[in-house]
Ligand binder design. Structure first.
Ligand SMILES: Nc1ncnc2c1ncn2[C@@H]1O[C@H](COP(=O)(O)OP(=O)(O)O)[C@@H](O)[C@H]1O
Ligand SMILES: O=P(O)(O)OC[C@H](O)CO
Length: 499
């Protein structure tokens, strides 16, 4: 039977999506399921790994059903995952020993302070390209081993497996036949030497993660195993890619050349600049990370990561109940010409790039008796764009490349107000593609390349089709004035949580 499609599993922070792509790189159908966000304590965020696996599988089946596609027609399955979120499970039963600790979870902030006190900061940066922060997986894996009775001993005996969500999904899809991850996901653990492409013994010892629990690190585009027959009507499908979702978006936007940048507005936001075959160290608190590994060769990226982006809108909806639907924010923001001097710093889980302040907390500043609902909604939306401007400034300084335009994607780019404000603030056009599910497209491309569905990257380089270009209209002086207010607001939110 001719293979007509690739199935991408996009396991994000808020939902699990499954998207079928055809040979032209166009979307054929989408299955999507949300899953529970679990907040056991302030600053703690968990997901139920079994729920993730179940919703991901049903999203995949839904995508097939919707388009009336038979499993035999699928060339490969690719995976793009929320990164850093980690699971520890029992090899014999395949059951998790604890909920997944999500990338947003701050419970290991104190451990990170200790690692800094041990003087490991420059070593971590020079080895992993990262800063020491609770965001990364390493200290989360150690926390689970230390807090589930008997787990550490069992881990040392090789009875447990740990991994990011890609590993967890591959393990389940292959029914335990593969315990693997890819270079891009490994590079988010704070345990992986991105220069030598191997787990780093000094960091494994310092963070206290036994090597035995870790997955084998493989190419981002490679067949890791076949999905078990029972999942797709008796048909086994090659599981052929794994990539961190942000890196997946870089690939899905066909940013294959050094200097190309994409910005994904999801729950969090991540800007990645392709820096080619050499890691580019940052002097401005950005991260150096693996973009992907192909045929044993690593390519790298510079990353500006923003913890809280689209989730401000979920917060307005679910906690403040200022809106019923995310899309209402656009209309509300347009009701007012500006925020009336208000700034919202969404440091719900501390501040990431370029501040890396674990103890910053959210702040609403500059409010007066005249501040209304629309001003607050507008300030929340503007915060996404201000944070992106923070990062772009650092990226330009590090790379010496001035941004000419910004390629965007992710769930929040449907908000035209945010996109226009972003263009105004940066003073460059914002380019929104027709396919904003670029994360999934990256995973599909990588899986399709591994199985010969697409011949090579050149086949994919022209896949970018523009939906809308947002051109800056705000005077530069006005944009700079508003940005200066943002910078002052950020300073007020810093080092708030007592520690
Ligand atoms: N119209 C909108 N305006 C602003 N934000 C939105 C809008 N629609 C969705 N979002 C935000 O986009 C995020 C979801 O984007 P998505 O790329 O699906 O995220 P993830 O991959 O993290 O699950 C949510 O945080 C949501 O609040
Ligand atoms: O789920 P997303 O798309 O917000 O992505 C989360 C990032 O991968 C976290 O590093």
């Amino acid at each position: 039977m001719t293979k007509k499609y690739v199935l991408a599993l996009d396991e994000g922070t808020s939902s699990a999506r499954a998207i079928l792509f055809d040979k032209a790189g166009e979307i054929v159908s989408i299955g999507q399921r949300e899953f529970r966000q679990i907040y056991p304590n302030p600053g703690w965020v968990e997901h139920d790994p079994l729920e993730i696996w179940n919703v991901q599988l049903s999203a995949a089946r839904e995508a097939l059903l919707q388009a009336n596609v038979r499993p035999e027609e699928i060339a490969a399955i690719g995976i793009a995952n929320q990164r850093e979120t980690c699971v520890v499970w029992d090899i014999a039963t395949g059951l998790p020993i604890h909920n997944a600790l999500v990338w947003q979870d701050r419970r290991t902030a104190g451990v990170c302070d200790e690692l800094k006190a041990q003087g490991l900061e420059s070593y971590v940066r020079e080895t992993t390209g990262l800063v020491i922060d609770a965001y990364f997986s390493g200290t989360k894996i150690a926390w689970i081993l230390d807090n589930v009775e008997g787990a550490r001993e069992r881990a040392e005996r090789g009875e447990l497996a740990a991994g990011t969500i890609d590993s967890w999904l591959i393990w389940n899809l292959t029914e335990g036949r593969a315990h693997v991850t890819d270079y891009s996901n490994a590079s988010r653990t704070m345990l992986y030497d991105i220069y030598k492409a191997q787990w780093d013994d000094r960091l494994l010892a310092a963070v206290r993660v036994p090597r035995a629990v870790l997955p084998q690190v493989r190419n981002s585009s490679e067949v890791y195993g076949m999905s078990a027959a029972k999942f797709f009507d008796g048909v086994e499908i090659p599981v052929a890619s794994a990539v961190g979702d942000q890196q997946g978006a870089l690939f899905g936007q066909s940013c294959f050349q050094p200097g190309m940048v994409k910005c994904t507005y999801g729950t969090g936001c991540s800007l990645l600049m392709n820096t080619g075959a050499k890691p580019m160290p940052s002097r401005n608190n950005l991260l150096t990370t693996v973009a992907w590994g192909l045929d044993g060769k690593l390519e790298y990226a510079l990353e500006g990561l923003i913890f809280t982006c689209g989730s401000v809108v979920q917060w307005l909806r679910d906690e403040l109940k200022l809106i019923h639907l995310s899309s209402e924010t656009e209309l509300a923001a347009r009701q007012v010409p500006d925020t009336n001097g208000a700034y919202f710093v969404p440091a719900f889980t501390g501040l990431s790039a370029p501040y890396w302040d674990q103890y910053a907390r959210g702040a609403l500043l500059g409010i007066t008796r005249g501040t209304n609902r629309n001003h607050i909604i507008r300030a929340a939306l503007e915060s996404m764009a201000f944070q992106v401007r923070d990062v772009i400034g650092c990226m330009e300084a590090d790379s010496g490349i001035a941004l000419s335009d910004l390629n965007v994607d992710g769930g929040a780019v449907s908000n035209n107000f945010v996109m226009q404000f972003q263009a105004d603030l940066l003073g460059v056009p914002v380019m929104r593609p027709k396919v904003v599910d670029t994360t999934a497209r990256g995973a599909a491309f990588l899986a399709g390349l591994a199985t010969g569905f697409w011949a090579d990257q050149a086949d994919l380089a022209n896949a970018f089709a523009l939906d809308r270009k947002f051109t800056p209209t705000m005077a530069r002086a006005e944009a700079d004035k508003r940005y200066a207010g943002w910078s002052r607001a950020v300073q007020r939110s810093r080092d708030w949580e007592q520690h």
